[in-house]
Structures are given as C-alpha cells and as structure tokens.
Design a protein around this ligand. Structure first.
Ligand code: EPZ
Length: 425
C-alpha cells in the first residue's frame, strides 16, 4: 500500500501542465466502439481510470493501446464477450458509459449496476429509461443489467431527463448516433466534457447539434468512421493546482487549460480576493497567490455547468479554512459529498455540518499535519491540499483514489517546490 508524506508550509511557484480531462477521455474511449475504424486520442492522461477502461474494453474484444507520449489508439472490430465484470464496474462507474455505444453498434451488453459510492446513491435509472425509449430491452438480474437492442437496431426518440445528468446525456447521445431517425434530448448537460465528446463524434461523421439551451438533436446515420481527437484540458485538475497556489500564497501558471472552463471557479477567486490572470490564446491561467491579501469568506452553491461544479467544492473548502470569517457550502448534486470535512477537522479546521448537504467553514484556522485516510477522488485531492498548507508532517493513505484522476500529482507538486513523497507502507 502506498501513502503520501507531505511537509507543509512551502509557497508553491512555477508552471504546471494540466493533463487531458478524465471526464472527457473515458467517454471518448467508449465512442470508439461506434466504428470499426481506428480512433486515435491525443492528450490522454496517465491515470488509473483510463487503464481500467482499457482493460474492460480489451476483455470485450477491442484493441486499445497506448502510443508514444500521451496517445491512445482504439479499434473496435468485433466483440468476443459483451460483458463488463462487477469488479470493474465497482472500481469505475464510468464503465457504464459503454452501454449506449455497445447497444447502438453491437446490440447487446451485460454490465453491473455500478451502485453508489462515497458521494451518493448514484442510480442509473435515467440511462436505462433513455435506452428503453430507443427500443432497447434491459432486464436487471443478480446485480447485472442484461441489455439488448431490437434486431433492426435502436430507433430515434424524445428523451427528457428529470434532472440533468452528464453521463446520461452522453450515453443517450452516443446511442442515438447510429439509431434510425432523429433523437431529441431535452434537459441535457452543458459540461465542457459533453461538448468535447460532441466534437469527437462529429469528427466521426455523427450528426449532432445543440438546438436549444439544454436541447441536443441527433440525426442517426448508417455508419461512423475513424477520427483523431485531442482531449480538452482537465478543469478539475486545474482547479486543484490553482487552490494549491492560493493556499500556499505562491504564484503558479497552469498551462493546457481553457480558462473559460474555470469560469465559475475564477468568479469565486475574485470574491475571495485571489488575484489571477487568464490568457485564452495561450490556454493558460496564472494564480497570483503571493499577491493575495486577507482571503474573504464566500457562500458557494454547487450546480450543473456553467454553475459551480460539485467536483470543485471539496478542494475549495480548504481555501475557505484560510478565509477571515464564515463561508458556507451548499452541495446540490450529490447527497453525501461532505465527508472530507471530517478529515479536515482532524487537521484543525473549524467546520460545522449543518446537514448532509450544507457546511459552514470558519477561518482563518492554522491547519496542522495529521494521519488521514482518503475515501474518494476529490476528497483525496482535498487532503493533499490541506497537508500543503498545514504546519508539520501529514501522512495520507488511500492515495490510489487520487491516482484514478490525477496524473503524477506528486511529481507535478515537487516541480512547484512542494515537499511530498510517495512511500510504500
Ligand atoms: C459525472 O458523473 C462525473 N463523472 C462526476 O465526476 C461529476 O461529479 C458529475 O458528472 C456531475 O458533474 C464522470 O464524468 C465520469 P450525473 P455522472 O449523472 O454523470 C442523479 C469526479 O470526481 N442521477 O450528472 O455519474 C445522480 O445521482 C466525478 O470526477 C440519477 O438520479 O453524474 C446525481 O445526483 C465524481 N439517475 C445527479 O443525477 C441517473 O440515471 C447528477 O449525476 C443518473 C444520475
């Protein structure tokens, strides 16, 4: 088992290249299932979620191989076994994104109910309903969904999600690309990762367009062809490094990220008094932590994009511990995503849970090193951030969660001057 050992209190400075987005690349890997041509992805992050999906796709019968640097080549010629094992489904919920492409192209898939994780119940009922609206039959037995499409393929449908779902939108959209006729998806997600998937699918010959604020129209086609696509930068990794700069009062340049994708976060930086500069042409953001005065408290409510992302809130809570006064977080997307606050309290933070979706964070409180354990990906990044600003040494276990979504986080932090080591324990 590996752990991080971090000695806090060092102002970070320098430049960090943001990797490709986890929540974009996983869906783009699944999109390759929609054609038997070669698909090549660039700017693919070296994270364990990519490795898990690559293994799952390999077991189904597809060729997926890394090429030099940050490339990935995928070819879905034929299926040997249309099955996703429970273990993979539990390790990575995003394996459920194979449902739409597999039904559209091969007409069948057996996959586990991914179940909930540390942040909420996370049902997949909207995905199932969308596939059924397009004519699929989905039976649930012994923890698995047995999904099959009609012999003449899926058909276009009108799908309206009761609440906005990112992967639901992506699954329905991919299924619709090869369905007979037109599909209209209402109450669709607007996340940048969804638009990046649309760009890739259109590069494969799909006919997809956003026709209204939250409407997507897909005209089904006979066949899709191969493509080469560069994955967008990861706004969630970028936010984590931005906060690392702000809390250690350092100056850090983030490259390889579209500043527009950080809009809601940069607005919070402004309200808290963290200076920054953006350079859209250079796809970079500079955080001027050294120039920030007293940090101001803020009230933040998470929302679907372009609102403040639920994945941004846990890392931001560390910055709130250093603000002068009381800040609040209202988590509206997931019902159980404040668990990380218990670990922060262990490090000296003053956090009151008002209920399972609201927290009040009062600062400034000096944080101190501690032995803490990670329960999920973003909570993991949050504890690494807390250890960077804490006095003394922290020992963090469960770091495999961080590796799921952050490429070489400790190497990138060391390059900015941090004192962090990965140890075998
Ligand atoms: C995606 O999850 C991201 N994961 C999550 O990032 C992110 O937090 C989430 O979108 C919200 O932005 C990936 O893209 C791999 P949803 P997803 O469907 O698509 C409910 C990270 O840290 N819902 O938009 O699974 C659901 O329970 C991860 O990188 C249903 O009720 O999230 C939630 O309350 C964590 N039924 C809400 O909708 C359904 O069938 C939004 O979830 C589907 C969703």
């Amino acid at each position: 088992m590996q752990k991080f050992v971090i000695i806090g209190g060092v102002p970070l400075s320098g430049q960090v290249r943001i990797a490709g987005a986890k929540n974009a690349v996983l869906k783009q890997m699944a999109a390759a299932v929609l054609t038997d041509d070669l698909c090549t992805l660039r700017n693919v992050p070296k994270i364990s979620d990519v490795a898990i999906l690559r293994e799952v796709m390999g077991d189904i019968g597809f060729e997926v191989r890394r090429t030099n640097g940050d490339g990935l080549e995928l070819r879905a010629r034929e299926v040997t076994w249309p099955f996703v094992p429970l273990e993979a489904g539990m390790k990575m919920r995003a394996s459920f994104i194979l449902l739409g492409p597999m039904l559209a192209r091969f007409g069948r898939l057996i996959l586990p109910n991914p179940g909930g994780d540390r942040i909420g119940r996370r049902p997949v009922d909207y995905h199932v309903a969308a596939m059924e609206a397009m004519g699929a039959t989905i039976e649930y037995r012994n923890g698995y969904y047995f999904a099959s499409a009609p012999h003449d393929g899926l058909r276009g449908a009108h799908i309206e999600f009761p609440t906005i779902t990112v992967m639901g939108t992506e699954n329905a959209m991919m299924a619709a690309t090869l369905a007979r006729g037109t599909t209209v998806i209402d109450n669709a997600a607007l996340e940048p990762e969804v638009d990046d998937l649309i760009a890739m699918l259109c590069g494969m010959g799909a006919q997809i367009q956003r026709t209204g604020e939250r409407s997507i129209e897909v005209q089904g086609v006979e066949r899709l062809h191969g493509t080469e696509h560069r994955v967008i930068g990861d706004r969630l990794e970028a936010e984590t490094f931005a906060i690392a700069a702000a809390i250690t009062r350092g100056d850090v340049t983030l490259t390889g990220i579209d500043p527009a994708h950080l809009g809601s976060f940069l607005q919070v930086c402004e309200r808290m008094g963290v200076p920054y500069e953006v350079d859209p042409a250079a796809a970079s953001v500079v955080i001027r932590g050294a120039a920030s005065g007293e940090l101001r408290p803020v009230d933040v409510r998470t929302d679907e994009y372009p609102g403040f992302a639920t994945d941004f809130q846990a890392p931001l809570s560390v910055l709130m511990t250093q603000a002068v006064g009381a800040s609040t977080i209202h988590e509206t997307i997931f019902e159980d995503r404040l668990d990380h606050t218990r670990q922060l309290v262990k490090m000296g933070a003053d956090i009151e849970l008002l209920d399972n979706r609201r927290a009040r964070i009062t600062g400034p409180t000096p944080l101190h090193g501690a032995e803490v354990a990670i329960a999920d990906l973003r909570a993991g990044a949050t504890l690494v951030l807390a250890a960077l600003v804490a006095s003394g040494t922290s020992v963090i276990s469960g770091i495999e969660h961080v590796d799921r979504g952050y490429e070489q986080i400790e190497a990138k932090l060391v390059a900015l001057g941090a004192q962090i080591n990965r140890i075998e324990a």
